[in-house]
Design a protein around this ligand. Structure first.
Ligand code: ATP
Ligand code: MG
Length: 250
């Protein structure tokens, strides 16, 4: 049985979709069979980040409603072996928790890892996806508003039965932390009240790749890619030190 991980945030634009796409690619690079589920109805972005826009026909709503099977609806990535994407419906749909649970269980049976990219905040089915997953990750930038949103998400997930929640701090700039202009990582963990899964540095390559439809994984020297690759290892249970695991201290 595979592991299902929901990725959420309080505030928008913290880097959840970038995190999901790159963690999925990194898990595939580490030999796993991965399903990505985009649950951001109307605003889906994983197909764009992964260069799969023209190939997506069915959504997770079609799987829940029986219009398509999981294998038919989950599109294979052209170059990343063992990566499939199940996208969100074009317009917002709200399902019962039992229906979300059934979808999550189906994914668990067919993939070693399923990564669920949630829209920001606690709307509609976000909490259902987070509650039904085996674990959850809150992605936050190192600023007070984003961290407070992350803390609220963590509390709400706990109330809904999801106790295994960690934080990934994204867009970290060591120079700003060193100058005392940004929240440092210990303070970020304290403020969010969550244990640390990993840190992703600010990296222009993420934006360039997103705009060019290119995979970050091809940018082997990208500090963010190295951070994602390390986080994927930690997700698999490998002991990879935080902070100083790669050059650049991420
Ligand atoms: N570590 C990073 N360094 C530089 N840019 C980043 C980083 N992470 C994300 N970005 C950029 O930030 C923007 C928002 O990222 P992304 O779409 O992944 O956020 P999101 O949390 O999924 O947003 P939303 O809440 O709208 O779904 C994108 O332009 C992305 O390229
Ligand atoms: Mg997103």
């Amino acid at each position: 049985m595979g592991t299902v991980i929901a990725v959420a945030s309080g505030k928008g634009g913290t880097g959840k979709s970038s995190f999901c796409a790159n963690i999925a690619v990194a898990l595939c690079a580490r030999g796993e069979k991965v399903l990505l589920i985009d649950t951001d109805a109307g605003l889906r972005s994983l197909d764009l980040i992964l260069g799969m826009t023209n190939r997506v026909l069915f959504s997770y709503a079609d799987v829940i409603e029986g219009n398509a099977g999981l294998k038919e609806a989950a599109v294979k990535h052209e170059t990343v072996k063992n990566l499939r994407l199940l996208t969100a419906p074009a317009t917002n749909r709200v399902f019962e928790r039992e229906q979300i649970e059934a979808l999550v269980q189906l994914a668990r049976e067919h993939f070693t890892y399923t990564i669920i990219d949630c829209p920001a905040g606690m709307s509609d089915n976000v909490i259902d996806f987070c509650a039904c997953a085996d674990r959850a990750v809150v992605v936050s930038t190192p600023d007070h508003t984003s961290l407070r949103g992350g803390q609220k998400m963590g509390i709400l997930m706990g109330e809904q039965g999801q106790q295994n929640v960690k934080i990934a701090v994204n867009r970290v700039r060591s120079s700003m932390i060193n100058r005392g202009e940004a929240v440092n990582i210990d303070a970020a963990m304290d403020q969010a009240g969550l244990g640390l899964l990993g840190i992703v540095p600010e990296d222009k390559a993420i934006i360039a790749c997103g705009n060019g439809g290119k995979l970050l994984a091809f940018e082997k020297k990208s500090p963010a890619w190295q951070a994602y690759f390390n986080i994927a290892g930690r997700i698999k249970g490998e002991k990879i030190r935080l902070l100083d695991s790669v050059p650049g201290r991420f």
